[in-house]
Design a protein around this ligand. Structure first.
Ligand SMILES: *[C@@H]1O[C@H](CO)[C@@H](O)[C@H](O)[C@H]1NC(C)=O
Ligand SMILES: *[C@@H]1O[C@H](CO)[C@@H](O)[C@H](O)[C@H]1NC(C)=O
Ligand SMILES: *[C@@H]1O[C@H](CO)[C@@H](O)[C@H](O)[C@H]1NC(C)=O
Ligand SMILES: *[C@@H]1O[C@H](CO)[C@@H](O)[C@H](O)[C@H]1NC(C)=O
Ligand SMILES: *[C@@H]1O[C@H](CO)[C@@H](O)[C@H](O)[C@H]1NC(C)=O
Ligand SMILES: *[C@@H]1O[C@H](CO)[C@@H](O)[C@H](O)[C@H]1NC(C)=O
Length: 497
């Protein structure tokens, strides 16, 4: 229905344009929509409203981001150069491991009408889990979001509370929701006898993480000593929320209790490349891989922050509150997954309008997280954390530092020179052990941020990335982008690379 409105809108526009005689008839017309940061496609032809008159091509393109199984328009435009576009209608091709779809076609305004067969998110994004979702052949007309997307402007992006939309349940959701039904109906108790602990992977503050084997697959097992049952319970509570299954969040397999030494276990999917910290220490990445790491990270955080109602299930927004490069893991497909929810706050009765959360107790709201990654306002204690917006905005700041860490290992940003060693944020300025006082001085009072090499400004992706970082670590928490907005901007970098 919205699709029809869109069509009508275009038709009216066309009549207007045709009557006012701005177009030459032989020129291809394509629907036009780009994010405000994406200047690239404005060169492909003159734009009138939402129609572009192609300069050099007969091909229209459409790029969509797949968010929670729903395609969302990112770029609609004339193609930049003449390429092959044999089809009259826009047939989707999957990109970036199913995180994006694109299409090209050769008739007027054909890029508004994309034909897409959704595949299981699981099978696209995860090598480690096998999904046999073969029988999905329903073509889905995408268009519901087009009108909405036209209304999205930077301002909308810039506030955490305005940018989120409710996603009504739809056909494309079933991959996630079905898993959720299993999760809510089946107890997640695991038979501890069947877990074979093999070796210690890491010692955290609260738990020891083991590599283990469970039902023939490798798993990570977090073992909490009896005395830290409250930490175990806090993390279990987050994992057991409905709709927590997402490619950007470590998959939760269950919990258990070790009979002998009275310790508590959380069993998780094993992330093959370990923590982002160790990954970045050992590996540099080219631009495409860098973008994939950044994008999957922002998608995961966006999902964590989202307030979802689907099929009678409700996932409230969750603030992670301890994002750092040890608490993000890298899977074999080189995407990031979030883990370590021991400090997280579930914003149960979260109301966007009043920005209040009724169920967070004061003890939950103590300053938490890794000092280095704390946002200026949390470091200084200058905001009242009963306002849950500040918790989410604190996560965005920490994510910006992570995006910086990832980008600083991007080999394409250091062409012709050596990629610097992996460094923690502020490590080169303040050293490996930072004191709270030095951080407050450096970050809050002097308003310093991790330094971005000058020469990135000359690289189109480098300058775009710098803009994203500065918009995410803004000292004004309300001015920061949402995670979803970051993901969207990163996609537009992919399409223009
Ligand atoms: C595009 O618009 C500009 C300014 O309005 C005009 O000078 C130019 O001739 C137009 N180009 C085409 C190909 O119509
Ligand atoms: C969209 O494309 C399909 C075929 O791909 C076609 O059947 C349908 O009529 C098109 N819808 C509109 C509104 O153009
Ligand atoms: C990262 O580096 C490690 C150690 O050098 C290597 O074994 C691994 O294959 C690398 N991973 C990627 C994705 O390049
Ligand atoms: C990340 O946080 C954990 C505590 O949750 C801490 O043990 C670890 O050292 C931190 N990592 C970094 C890179 O700061
Ligand atoms: C923070 O806000 C809550 C509710 O808005 C209020 O009850 C509390 O006193 C405030 N705390 C401080 C330290 O201002
Ligand atoms: C940082 O602190 C750790 C433990 O407190 C210590 O082992 C290490 O030497 C310190 N590093 C520096 C550079 O001071």
């Amino acid at each position: 229905m919205i699709l029809q409105k869109w069509g009508l809108f275009l038709a009216v526009e066309c009549i207007f344009v045709c009557v006012s005689g701005q177009s030459s008839p032989q020129r291809r017309r394509c629907a036009f929509h780009v994010t405000p940061q994406n200047y690239r496609y404005t060169d492909a032809g003159n734009v009138s409203g939402s129609v572009q008159f192609c300069e050099n091509t007969q091909c229209c393109v459409g790029y969509y981001v797949v968010i929670n199984g729903q395609p969302k328009v990112n770029v609609l435009a004339c193609d930049l150069v003449e390429k092959r576009c044999p089809d009259a209608t826009c047939k989707a091709e999957t990109r970036m491991n199913g995180l994006a779809i694109m299409c090209v076609c050769n008739t007027d305004l054909c890029n508004t009408n994309i034909t897409w067969t959704p595949e299981s998110e699981e099978s696209q994004l995860s090598n480690s889990l096998s999904g046999d979702d073969a029988a999905k052949t329903a073509s889905v007309l995408v268009g519901t979001l087009l009108v909405l997307c036209f209304l999205i402007v930077v301002v909308k992006c810039r506030s955490l509370f305005k940018a989120k939309k409710k996603n009504p349940p739809s056909l494309e959701d079933y991959g996630v929701s079905r898993l959720c039904f299993c999760q809510t109906t089946k107890p997640s108790e695991i038979d501890v006898e069947k877990i074979e602990l093999q070796q210690i992977v890491s010692h955290g503050n609260f738990a020891t993480v083991w590599l283990g084997k469970y039902q023939e697959s490798l798993v990570a097992v977090k073992v909490f000593p009896a005395g830290l049952k409250h930490k175990f319970t806090a993390e279990k509570e987050v994992f057991e929320l409905p709709l927590m299954r997402h490619a950007g969040i470590i998959h939760f397999l269950g919990t258990g209790r070790k009979p002998d030494r009275d310790s508590w276990l959380i069993v998780l999917q094993f992330a093959e490349y370990g923590s982002l910290h160790s990954f970045l220490h050992a590996n540099t990445s080219d631009w495409v891989s860098t973008l994939k790491l950044c994008w999957s990270l922002s998608q995961g955080l966006s999902y964590l922050h989202s307030d979802l109602h689907r099929h009678n299930a409700h996932k409230p927004p969750i603030a992670h509150r301890d994002l750092n490069s040890s608490n993000v893991l890298v899977r074999a497909d080189a995407t990031c997954v979030l883990c370590d929810f021991g400090c997280s706050t579930i914003l149960h009765s979260f109301s966007r309008r009043h920005r209040q959360s009724h169920t967070t107790s004061m003890s939950d709201l103590a300053q938490m997280g890794t000092r280095r990654y704390m946002s200026p306002e949390i470091l200084e204690g200058s905001v009242n954390l009963t306002n849950p917006g500040y918790l989410l905005e604190g996560d965005i700041y920490a994510m910006a530092l992570l995006l910086w860490e990832i980008s600083m290992r991007c080999s394409d940003f250091f062409e012709g020179s050596v990629v610097p060693q992996h460094l923690l944020p502020y490590e080169s300025e303040l050293g490996a052990n930072v004191t709270k006082e030095s951080l407050i001085l450096h970050v809050c009072h002097m308003d310093n941020r991790p330094s971005i090499p000058q020469h990135w400004e000359q690289l189109s992706q480098g300058s775009a990335l710098r803009e994203i970082l500065t918009d995410c670590w803004d000292c004004d928490p309300d001015a920061r982008l949402t995670a979803q907005c970051v993901a969207d901007r990163l996609v537009s970098l992919q399409t223009s690379s």
